[in-house]
Design a protein. Structure first.
Length: 129
């Protein structure tokens, strides 16, 4: 997929989107830019980018998967505003320890996890930090 016209167009859109967006939103932006790429192709490319660690994913409160260009190569989590979608990357050493302990107690190895935290950002609550 890398090096194709579709992959390059998708990478350009992801570079321009500051917040998490659904595959449908990303597909719509590609169409607005004149790119003729099918939604299934967008999903496939996003899946590969996610597996490679180039794209962050999270599930919103309705369960829909959202995507954003990854801004760091280290393992991290996100705190996302329910109102405007603004997201901040955060490290969570306590979460890492908890996930490892829970998995070990259940007899699991080679674990992975995701953690999504939602709230209202300072701009949406009128309490600028």
């Amino acid at each position: 997929m890398r090096g194709t016209r579709q992959a390059e167009a998708l990478n350009e859109v992801l570079a321009d989107l500051p917040e998490f967006r659904s595959a449908q939103d990303i597909h719509g932006e590609l169409r607005r830019r004149g790119q003729r790429i099918g939604l299934a192709t967008v999903y496939r490319h996003l899946q590969v980018l996610s597996q490679d660690g180039a794209v962050d994913t999270l599930r919103d409160e309705s369960g829909e998967t959202l995507y954003r260009r990854c801004r760091t190569s280290t393992h991290h989590h996100h705190v996302t505003c329910r109102s405007c979608g603004h997201s901040v990357e955060v490290e969570g050493p306590a979460i890492e320890r908890w996930a490892e302990r829970v998995a070990t107690e259940a007899g699991f190895t080679d674990i992975d996890h995701t953690m999504e935290v939602f709230g209202l950002c300072p701009d949406c609550t009128g309490q600028r930090a």
